[in-house]
Write a protein that binds this ligand. Structure first.
Ligand code: HEM
Ligand SMILES: *[C@@H]1O[C@H](CO)[C@@H](O)[C@H](O)[C@H]1NC(C)=O
Ligand SMILES: *[C@@H]1O[C@H](CO)[C@@H](O)[C@H](O)[C@H]1NC(C)=O
Length: 500
């Protein structure tokens, strides 16, 4: 009796393990050379990305596939018993960006389950990145206008100042990524809380640095070592304790702001996100709005914007610095452009328009070394059909565009770093509008994309005007690191040295 039971379990187990392989074979029959499959029992993509990372770049295996087989529309792999669809062809992923409600985000970082254990799940669930349905819509329409260029323009002086403060404090920089992230993190904090956040300390360290460390500690551990991850899960939740205290810190900032408003009145021309929320908070108490805003919403949105806006923009700027260190004539070119565009040492709204080569440079960096390689992994809510491709509910989907962006169907010499391609009238040969979308596309695209591009231009302009960008001469090959869906350069790749 027992024996049959085990036999039965073993059969089911084998079926589950082989199921993704059966799906792959079916797709291979249907699509032939247009589908590429890579099956590893149980471990699947986790193993593939990991061994690719050991060779210097977690994305190298997909880059190799696309370079050798530009006709591939779809790469299929597995994660334990589930198929993983890496959609390469823009014609296939376009409908999924447009009908974003067909998919839900799958929390591959594990942050969500972690914060559930800590009973602080409000931390992300109410923010834009992880909210779904009505709650998402509400937040998106609340903040949408404040991310438009016209509004963001008012933050340009602040961005200049945060950058210049950082530069004044540092003669040489060895940990470039971290340094740039302290600037981008500072910009998010100031965008949210304005002056009130000045001097904000967490665990006795500047908030922009410590918050980054706390958020990083989790994601990094999860991706670098499974065993450390479990140990951390069982024992080491220390750093996250802070978020329980966070409400007190925030209430202090809010009451400072409230008394300021009482004294000076509301100054909408400098309106930051805190103002937007405080206004909403007071309104939703007066009226019988369906959704009540609370302090938790503000915390949640702040953490979300910090998470989404700090390392992404930080990686864009620091990855750019690596490309600059590799070819000093680019550095000279961009420096000259910055020199002639700045007004009294400041980037203004007008000078932004003049930083054309710098913008092309950033676009090209994002094409080859995107700060976000692909959006958060998705799962279809129910079975879906895209053209002739059928995807079952619960499968994992990785949306493009990184692979389309390095495909020879779309670009001439796609792997060549050539910022000037963006000055051509038609840089992308065949384009359905979804080939170059580093900030995703459709209704759930990046709300912070204009902010990121403004910030990146300001920071990079100041940095190259003040520092020399020096490549580590001992490093023959840069091993790119990955943290979740991001790639960024390692600490030992470059350093910055103040110009005389
Ligand atoms: C170079 C910098 C950046 C890149 C490459 C980037 C990229 C992206 C991408 C690809 C998504 C889609 C994620 C998904 O659907 O899974 C996204 C969403 C988002 N980004 Fe960015 N981002 C950047 C900077 C920023 C900044 C500066 C902010 C704000 C301070 C921000 C806030 C957000 C938010 C809130 C979402 C979620 C939007 C929603 O679901 O409605 N991002 N970003
Ligand atoms: C979890 O947090 C909420 C407030 O966000 C609180 O009301 C509740 O008591 C907490 N539960 C536990 C088990 O601590
Ligand atoms: C270096 O940059 C210049 C443009 O400033 C470009 O013409 C040249 O091709 C680049 N060299 C390499 C090796 O990429």
């Amino acid at each position: 009796m027992f024996l049959y039971f085990f036999l039965f379990l073993a059969l089911i187990g084998t079926y589950l393990i082989l199921r993704p392989l059966l799906i792959m074979i079916k797709l291979k029959v249907q699509f032939g050379k247009q589908v590429y499959f890579y099956y590893i029992p149980i471990l699947g993509v986790i193993q593939i990305y990991r061994s690719s990372a050991k060779k210097g770049n977690p994305q190298q295996w997909v880059i190799d596939i696309i370079t050798k087989h530009p006709e591939v529309k779809l790469i299929v792999s597995n994660s334990v018993t589930k198929p993983v669809f890496i959609i390469v062809d823009p014609e296939y992923y376009k409908p999924l960006y447009l009908d974003h409600h067909l998919l839900v985000k799958h929390d591959q970082s594990g942050i969500k389950e972690y914060i559930v254990i800590l009973n602080i799940s409000f931390l992300l669930s109410k923010g834009l990145l992880f909210a779904e349905g009505e709650k998402w819509k509400e937040q998106r329409s609340l903040l949408g206008d404040h991310f438009l260029f016209e509004k963001l323009k008012e933050r340009i002086p602040m961005m200049n100042q945060v950058t210049r403060d950082a530069i004044n404090n540092k003669q040489t920089v060895d940990q470039v990524f971290q340094y740039i992230c302290s600037i981008t993190g500072g910009v998010v904090i100031r965008s949210f809380f304005g002056q009130e956040a000045e001097g904000w300390l967490i665990n006795d360290k500047p908030a922009q640095i410590e918050l980054g460390e706390i958020l990083k500690s989790f994601v990094l551990v999860r991706f670098s070592n499974f065993f450390i991850y479990f140990k951390q899960k069982l024992l080491g939740m220390k750093s996250w304790d802070y978020f329980i205290k966070f409400k007190q810190d925030l209430n202090q900032i809010i009451s400072k702001r409230k008394s300021k408003i009482e004294k000076e009145g509301r100054k909408w021309e400098n309106g930051d996100f805190l103002d937007v929320y405080l206004n909403k908070l007071s309104k939703s108490k007066d009226t019988q709005e369906s959704y009540q805003y609370e302090t938790e919403d503000i915390i949640s949105q702040f953490i979300t914007l910090f998470l989404a806006g700090t390392e992404t923009t930080g990686a864009l700027v620091s990855n750019s610095l690596l490309f600059l260190s590799e070819n000093t004539s680019y550095l000279e070119e961009l420096r000259n452009e910055a020199k002639s565009a700045l007004v009294d040492g400041q980037v203004t709204a007008d000078s932004l328009k003049k930083l054309v080569q710098l913008e092309c440079f950033l676009k090209e960096v994002m094409r080859l070394k995107p700060s976000v390689v692909h959006p958060i992994v998705r799962q279809p809510k129910s079975d879906i059909q895209i053209k002739d491709l059928f995807i079952k509910k619960g499968s994992y989907i990785l949306l493009g565009s990184f692979l389309a962006n390095i495909n020879s169907n779309h670009y001439e010499k796609p792997l060549e770093f050539n910022p000037k391609r963006w000055l051509q009238s038609k840089p992308i040969q065949i384009d359905n509008g979804f080939v170059n979308i580093p900030f995703a596309a459709g209704g759930r695209n990046c709300i912070g994309q204009h902010m990121a591009m403004i910030e990146a231009r300001i920071i990079l302009a100041h940095v190259i005007l003040n520092y020399d960008v020096i490549k580590n001469p001992e490093l023959t090959k840069v091993n790119w690191l990955s943290r979740g869906i991001q790639t960024y350069l390692p600490d030992d790749a470059i350093r910055l040295k103040k110009l005389e």
